[in-house]
Design a protein around this ligand. Structure first.
Ligand code: ADP
Length: 309
């Protein structure tokens, strides 16, 4: 099984003609409330592609927590993934405009309470898995402990440092696969004082940054660039470029999560990096074609249909 460390977030999103300005109140054309969070998205994305999935998802004890059980059930994920804490469930609010552009804010709620204790309780389940995924909607302590257990068991780990904060040297050292989008690549660039041009998807523009990251632990760095595709830097091997599939984007929310789930399932199944990148890009493209994320995450048939188009 793939093991996914958090997060669970109830995602509320308003569809608007354009993103509101400060102080402005706009009428929304649609409003969607769905179970989400990067952890749930990764878990559902991987499960729909046929992979067995386990993990830890934290919820609070408020009304929003009630959305979690049925969501796991509907996605075919084990109920043991859920961990209950007193207090609020993670929740997010976002806007998507007519061009598919979005902005959002997420309150971590229960996700921030996941710590090394809860992770250690799941140590056997982690060690039994094939690949371990984490993102930054949960705290450093939980990520570090999860990756320590995984690496001690000889497993590969995948980190998507989103929302961005600088990973500790320890977490980076225990990361095998680092997946970042353009925003996160730029943030690493700033932290390392390496210029990362914003207006190009040419691999050479990212070579210095990738080299810096590869020197700190990962053996694979993947940079996703939205409609410009993705670039993979495998340590000691030539760079791979994966173009995006040309689709009409309706809502780009969740593209990175879908991509990461596809990449993880591909690699866990023993596919080559280039095959896995192709599946990942197809997953990202499938999600941007639909409003929302949960129901938009593709199954194998949807990915195959896109690959045939
Ligand atoms: P994030 O959602 O984390 O910001 P990206 O926007 O970089 O991530 O998207 C991740 C991947 O999803 C891209 O590398 C690409 O393969 C796919 N994708 C994203 N946006 C589009 C789009 N408009 N058209 C086709 N594929 C897309």
């Amino acid at each position: 099984a793939l093991f996914v460390l958090g997060s669970f977030v109830v995602a509320c999103s308003a569809t608007v003609a354009r993103l509101p300005r400060a102080g402005e109140s706009l009428e929304a054309q649609a409003f969607l409330v769905e179970p989400g969070g990067k952890g749930l998205n990764l878990a559902v994305g991987a499960r729909r592609l046929g992979g067995a999935v386990d993990g830890i998802l934290a919820v609070g004890d408020d009304a929003l927590a009630a959305l979690a059980g049925p969501a796991l059930d509907r996605a075919g994920l084990p109920p043991e993934m859920l961990h209950r804490f007193p207090g609020p469930t993670g929740a997010g609010i976002g806007f998507t405009d007519a061009s598919g552009e979005n902005c959002l804010a997420v309150h971590p709620g229960a996700n921030a309470r996941l710590g090394a204790v809860e992770v250690r309780e799941a140590a056997e389940r982690i060690a039994r898995s094939t690949l371990v995924l984490a993102q930054f909607e949960v705290g450093d302590e939980a990520v570090a402990e999860t990756f320590r257990i995984a690496r001690a068991a000889g497993l590969r780990t995948l980190l998507n440092p989103s929302p961005f904060r600088m990973p500790s040297p320890e977490i980076l050292a225990e990361t095998a696969i680092l997946v970042v989008n353009a925003v996160e690549a730029a943030a690493f660039g700033t932290a390392f004082d390496i210029p990362v041009p914003e207006d190009t998807a040419e691999p050479p523009a990212f070579t210095a940054l990738a080299g810096m990251l590869l020197a700190r632990g990962p053996d694979l760095v993947v940079i996703t660039l939205g409609a410009s595709g993705a670039i993979a830097f495998p340590a000691g091997h030539p760079v791979l470029v994966q173009p995006a599939f040309p689709v009409a984007a309706i809502d780009t929310l969740g593209a990175g999560d879908a991509f990461t789930a596809g990449l993880a399932v591909g690699l866990a199944e023993g596919r080559t990096l280039s095959e896995s990148l192709r599946v990942a890009a197809a997953c990202g493209a499938c999600v941007v074609r639909h409003k929302g994320v949960f129901d938009a995450l593709p199954d194998r048939a949807a990915v195959a249909a896109l690959l045939r188009e």
